[in-house]
Design a protein around this ligand. Structure first.
Ligand SMILES: C[S@@+](CC[C@H](N)C(=O)[O-])C[C@H]1O[C@@H](n2cnc3c(N)ncnc32)[C@H](O)[C@@H]1O
Length: 283
């Protein structure tokens, strides 16, 4: 029995082809690979080898486009196993039902989701501007004594799965799912309510920074600002942006913590800045 994918594919792929294999994700009982053009003629062989090595995998999907658009979804094709894209993923003591072809989901954010949940103090109100299928919000409710977690997403499919995941994880007393554009939702019903705001959408976080500030209580609070950063100054530009955007709204920013979440290219990172936002001194 082969113990890893390379071993399972030795003799079926050339040495050059083996070198092209990249890391893959396991989400519930589905594996997601991203095959280079060169490996496409061997996609079914690779899918079957993955299922041979990981006996709990029922489906192997190949991601055929990058994560795209406002809803951050990607095109997937089945290359081995059952023809489906829906699964249930377990993370941080919770279960998440997802359709990988219809919603965004990454198992690589598990550590970050738990980190945020552990920062929350009893009684907090949290607003999640980009909640997806509810992962951050539900993990927060499960691991903290937050009073309310307002959980917004614009993708109707993500919203449906979020509602289902709130039910499965029995956090409906505290997690409030809201379908809509977070800018409109905050203006309409969540203005000035939160102690803490999450912005887990680095592609658009600059465009929504003012929304996050407006979602906070007038006395201020914490914003988890997700962005991209490059060596040599990984956090500087994100912090400068946040400081100047907050200042233009009459708020001060203090950096509580900054961390690299993952690297997406050489010396380029997906980052998060935990920012304490407080009303500026009036002169
Ligand atoms: C990168 S995903 C994050 C999902 C989730 N936080 C997670 O960890 O799985 C970003 C989400 O933001 C949603 N989104 C994009 N623009 C939005 C907007 N203007 N208002 C509300 N949700 C939006 C997308 O539909 C997507 O589900």
């Amino acid at each position: 029995m082969p113990t890893n994918l390379r071993e399972a594919l030795r003799g079926k792929l050339t040495e050059d082809e083996l070198r092209e294999l990249r890391a893959f994700d396991i989400i519930g009982d589905i594996a997601v690979v991203k095959l280079s053009k060169r490996l496409l003629p061997k996609k079914n062989i690779i899918g079957e080898a993955l299922m041979e090595v990981h006996r709990n995998i029922r489906t192997v999907l190949n991601q055929t486009t990058p994560v795209l658009g406002e809803f951050r979804t990607r095109a997937l094709e089945v290359i081995a196993g059952e023809a489906r894209t829906e699964t249930v993923h377990r993370e941080g003591g919770c279960k998440f039902k997802v359709d990988l072809a219809k919603v965004y989901f990454s198992p690589r954010l598990g550590t970050e989701r738990l980190r945020i949940a552990r920062l929350i103090t009893p009684g907090e109100t949290v607003t999640n501007l980009f909640a997806g299928v509810g992962c951050y919000s539900i993990i927060i409710a499960h691991h903290s004594e937050a009073t309310r977690v307002y959980s917004i997403d614009k993708n109707p499919d993500a919203f449906e799965y979020m509602v289902e995941n709130i039910r499965i994880n029995k956090v409906g007393d505290r997690v409030v799912p809201i379908l809509g554009d977070s800018r409109e939702v905050v203006e309409r019903e969540l203005f000035g309510k939160a102690d803490r705001v999450l912005m887990p959408l680095p592609e658009f976080s600059h465009d929504f920074f003012d929304v996050a500030v407006r979602a906070l209580k007038p006395s201020g609070g914490v914003i988890h600002f997700y962005d991209f950063g490059e060596e040599p100054d990984v956090f500087g530009p994100a912090l400068e942006f946040a400081k100047s955007a907050a200042l233009s709204m009459g708020f001060d920013v203090n950096l509580l913590h900054a961390r690299k979440i993952r690297s997406y290219a050489t010396r380029c990172y997906h980052v998060v800045l935990d920012l304490l936002i407080s009303p500026g001194l009036k002169i």
